[in-house]
Design a protein around this ligand. Structure first.
Ligand code: NAP
Length: 662
C-alpha cells in the first residue's frame, strides 16, 4: 500500500484530464462538494446562498424546517442528511464552474461559528455548538489537541506496555510515541490488525462506513467500498503501521500472560511468552490493554461434536485451506458474521442450511456492498477538504443522531414491542424489508421475525443474506443444534441435516481483559473482581480502583452501541490515557489510582442511564454479548458520543489518589 493518507486540504488539477472533474462532480457527495467549494473560493456567501436554497426547497415541499441530529421524535426521517434533488443539482452545476478554475485553498480551517454552519449545511441537519470540537477532530481538521499542559518530557525510565496490536494498540503506539513516551506493544498473533487479521472468513467486512471507521488523523481517500472488506481494512492498518514506523516497537508472536503491580517500585511487572516458549519479565510504569472486546471465539459445545467426520470451523478461526466447493455446509448463527458468510459461500457450496436460533433485526443497506465510484475517489484525493467533509457526514449520520433509538418511551413501550416511535421506524423498516424480500414465503417471514426490541442486539445491515436464503440450494431452520453426528446435525426441531462442514458463526465470549492474570494492589486479581469478565466495572470504562496506571481500553460500558465505531472508542481512550500519563509526568507522580467512590458513583450513573434503554429491557429473553449472565448490559456506553468524548478530554484529578516515587 502506498501511504497516501492526508489530513491536509491541498488539491491539484495539474495532470488531470478536464473531464475528470466533471466525472467526479457527477457522482460525488453534494454536501462535501459544496464545502470544498467554500474552501477553494473562500466565499462564505456560498453558505448563505445554499442555506437559503435548502430552506426554500424544504418550505416548498412542506418538510420540517430542519431536524435535530437528523431525528425528530414522531416524524423521523430514517435517511436524514440528503439534499433535495434540485439543491443537489444546483451544487453540482456550481461545482463544475467553481472547481474547474483552480484548486488553491483560500479558506483553510474555518472559525468555529462558520464551521458549525458548514457542518449543518453539509449534513442537512441541525448541528449545535457543543458538537463543534468533536466534529473538528472527527472530520480530521484538527488532530491531537492536548489538554494537560505539556511542559515536561516523560522521564527515560517511564515505559509503557501496550497489550495488543489491533486498532487501539496501534493508535496507542502512535499517540504515545508522539507524546514522547517509550512504549512496547506485545501482540500474541504473528501479525498486527487484531479483529481484521483474525477474522478471515469469506465475506468478512466492516459494517461501519469506511470513511468513518478509520483514524481521524489518517484519512484514506482510496477506500474502494463504502464499507471496507476485512482484507482492505487490514491493508489500511498495515499502511498506518508502516507510515508511523511502529513495527520497531511491536513484538509479534508474544503473548502477555500476567501483569503484577509492585508497590515498592511503583511499576508493573509484565510477563510475556513468545512463540518459541521463552518467558520474559518486563517492567513498565503503565500498562494499556488494547484487546478489543470480541477476541475469544464462542464455540458452543454440542453432544456428539467430537464424532463429526467433516470439519467444524468457527468464523474467527477460519482455516486458510478450507475449500467449500461442492460441500454440504451448515451455518449456525444470524449475527453480522453469519449474514456475511452465507451470501459469500452460497455459489460454491452444494447445499447450505442456515440454522437460526433467534433472528436479528435485519435492515437493507445498499451501500454495504457498493464500490466507491472512481470519480468520488478522485474527489477524495484532489478536491480540497472534500474527504474531511465526507468523513464528517459519515460520522454524523452514524452517531448521536441515533441516540434516541435504544431509549425507551414508557408510554409507547407499554403497548408496543418497539421501544418508542423512532425505535419503531427501524422495526417497520426491517419488517417491510422482510415482506419485500419474501412476498410469497410466509414461512420464512415468520422464522425471520425477531421477538425483541430493535437495538437490544446490534442491528444487522444485510449484505445479501435474504437474497441468498431465496436460493434453491439454501434451507433455513428456526432452531439450534440438538446433536452432532458423524455425518451431520440434528436440529432442536428434530430435522437431520447431512453435512460435510459445520460453520459456527456463533460470535464471541466476552472476557474483557480478564483472561490475562492481572494483579493490582494488595494482591487483588482483576479476573476475580470482574468475575472472569462477566461482571466488569470500570471508571469511564477504563480505570479500576486498586490497579494503578492500568488502562483497560474498550472496557465495560464503553462501546458506542447506539451509533457506530470502535474507532471513536479507540481515539477517545488513547487520548485520555495519554492525558493521564502526561499529568503524572507534569506533577512528578509515579501513579494514579481511581478512588473507589468515584468508580462507584460513575457506575451508579451508568446503571441509571442504561435502565432507560432496550439494552436493559429488551422486551423478551435475549442472549448476546451486550448483556452479562445476570442480564446487566456490560458493553453499551449509555452516553451520547459527544458527552463521553467530553468526559475523556483529561482526568478529573479529584477522582484519583496519586502517589509519588518512593
Ligand atoms: P453475534 O452477533 O454474537 O451472533 C452470534 C450468533 O450465533 C447469534 O445468532 C446467536 O444466536 C448464535 N449462537 C451463539 N451461540 C449459539 C448456540 N449455542 N446455539 C445456537 N446459536 C448460537 O456474533 P457475530 O455475528 O460474530 O457478531 C459479533 C459482533 O462482531 C457484531 O455485533 C459486530 O459488532 C461485530 N462484527 C462486525 C462485523 C462487521 O463489522 N461487519 C462483522 C462481524 C462481526 P442468538 O441470537 O440466539 O444468541
Amino acid at each position: 500500500m502506498t501511504s497516501t493518507y492526508t489530513t491536509g486540504g491541498a488539491g491539484s488539477l495539474e495532470g488531470c484530464a478536464a473531464d475528470d472533474l466533471a466525472a467526479a462532480v457527477a457522482v460525488s457527495d453534494p454536501g462535501a462538494l459544496l464545502m470544498s467549494m467554500v474552501h477553494v473560493t473562500g466565499d462564505v456567501t456560498l453558505v448563505d446562498e445554499f442555506e437559503d436554497r435548502l430552506a426554500r426547497a424544504r418550505a416548498e415541499s412542506g418538510a420540517a424546517s430542519g431536524t435535530h441530529y437528523g431525528v425528530q421524535s414522531g416524524t423521523v426521517a430514517l435517511a436524514p442528511g440528503q439534499f433535495p434533488p434540485e439543491v443537489a443539482a444546483a451544487i453540482r452545476e456550481r461545482a463544475e464552474q467553481v472547481l474547474g478554475q483552480d484548486l488553491k485553498v483560500r479558506l483553510a480551517v474555518p472559525d468555529e461559528a462558520l464551521f458549525r454552519r458548514m457542518a449543518a449545511l453539509c449534513t442537512v441537519t441541525e448541528v449545535d455548538d457543543e458538537f463543534v470540537p468533536l466534529l473538528l477532530e472527527q472530520a480530521g481538521f484538527e488532530t491531537g489537541r492536548r489538554r494537560v499542559p505539556v511542559t515536561t518530557s516523560p522521564p527515560a525510565d517511564f515505559d509503557v506496555i501496550v497489550v495488543g496490536a489491533g486498532m487501539i494498540g496501534l493508535n496507542a503506539a502512535i499517540k504515545l510515541g508522539e507524546a514522547g513516551f517509550r512504549y512496547t506493544v506485545f501482540e500474541a498473533r504473528d501479525e498486527i490488525g487484531g479483529t481484521w487479521s483474525r477474522n478471515t472468513y469469506p465475506g468478512a467486512a466492516v459494517d461501519t462506513p469506511s470513511h468513518y471507521y478509520s483514524y481521524s488523523f489518517e484519512l484514506n481517500p482510496d477506500w474502494t467500498r463504502y464499507y471496507p472488506s476485512g482484507p482492505e481494512y487490514l491493508e489500511y492498518m498495515r499502511g498506518v503501521a508502516e507510515k508511523y514506523d511502529l513495527y520497531r516497537n511491536i513484538e509479534l508472536s508474544t503473548a502477555v500472560i500476567s501483569a503484577n503491580w509492585v508497590e515498592e517500585d511503583q511499576k508493573w511487572v509484565v510477563v510475556t511468552r513468545s512463540a518459541d516458549g521463552a518467558v520474559t519479565r518486563h517492567t513498565a510504569s503503565a500498562v494499556v490493554t488494547a484487546l478489543g472486546m470480541l477476541n475469544a471465539a464462542n464455540i458452543p459445545e454440542f453432544d456428539g461434536m467430537d464424532s463429526f467426520e467433516g470439519r467444524i470451523v468457527h468464523t474467527a478461526e477460519w482455516p486458510a485451506d478450507l475449500d467449500l466447493t461442492g460441500k454440504r455446509v451448515v451455518v449456525l448463527g444470524t449475527g453480522c458474521t453469519a449474514v456475511q458468510v452465507v451470501p459469500s459461500i452460497v455459489d460454491e457450496v452444494a447445499s447450505l442450511d442456515a440454522v437460526v436460533r433467534s433472528p436479528h433485526w435485519i435492515v437493507p443497506e445498499k451501500a454495504v456492498v457498493n464500490d466507491v465510484p472512481e470519480g468520488e475517489r478522485w474527489a477524495m484525493r484532489q478536491l480540497p477538504y472534500f474527504q474531511q467533509w465526507f468523513r464528517l457526514r459519515a460520522y454524523w449520520l452514524a452517531s448521536d443522531n441515533l441516540y434516541p433509538m435504544p431509549r425507551i418511551d414508557p408510554e409507547w413501550a407499554a403497548t408496543h414491542l418497539s421501544a418508542s416511535p423512532v425505535n419503531d421506524l427501524v422495526m417497520q423498516t426491517a419488517l417491510r424489508y422482510l415482506e419485500r424480500s419474501f412476498p410469497d414465503r410466509a414461512d420464512l417471514r415468520e422464522k425471520l421475525t425477531p421477538n425483541f426490541r430493535p437495538y437490544a442486539k446490534r442491528i444487522v445491515k444485510d449484505p445479501g443474506f435474504f437474497a441468498a436464503l431465496d436460493r434453491d440450494n439454501v434451507t433455513l431452520h428456526r432452531a439450534s443444534f440438538a446433536r452432532i453426528h458423524p455425518d451431520g446435525v440434528t436440529t432442536t426441531d428434530g430435522t437431520f441435516i447431512a453435512a460435510d462442514v459445520i460453520v459456527l458463526a456463533t460470535g464471541f465470549k466476552l472476557e474483557f481483559a480478564s483472561f490475562i492474570d492481572i494483579t493490582g494492589r494488595d494482591g487483588r486479581k482483576l479476573a476475580d473482581l470482574w468475575r472472569n469478565g462477566d461482571d466488569p466495572r470500570a471508571y469511564l470504562g477504563i480505570q479500576v480502583s486498586g490497579f494503578p496506571n492500568l488502562f483497560v481500553t474498550a472496557g465495560p460500558n464503553a462501546a458506542p452501541n447506539h451509533g457506530a465505531g470502535h474507532n471513536i472508542t479507540s481515539e477517545e481512550h488513547v487520548h485520555y490515557l495519554v492525558e493521564c500519563l502526561q499529568y503524572l509526568v507534569e506533577e512528578g507522580y509515579s501513579a494514579m489510582d481511581v478512588r473507589p467512590e468515584a468508580l462507584e458513583a460513575y457506575n451508579r450513573r451508568v446503571d441509571e442511564a442504561l435502565d432507560r434503554t432496550v439494552w436493559a429491557h429488551p422486551g423478551a429473553a435475549v442472549t448476546g454479548y451486550y448483556r452479562n449472565s445476570a442480564g446487566r448490559p456490560v458493553t453499551p456506553c449509555p452516553w451520547r458520543l459527544v458527552d463521553y468524548w467530553t468526559m475523556l478530554r483529561e482526568p478529573v484529578v479529584e477522582n484519583f489518589v496519586f502517589t509519588r516515587p518512593s
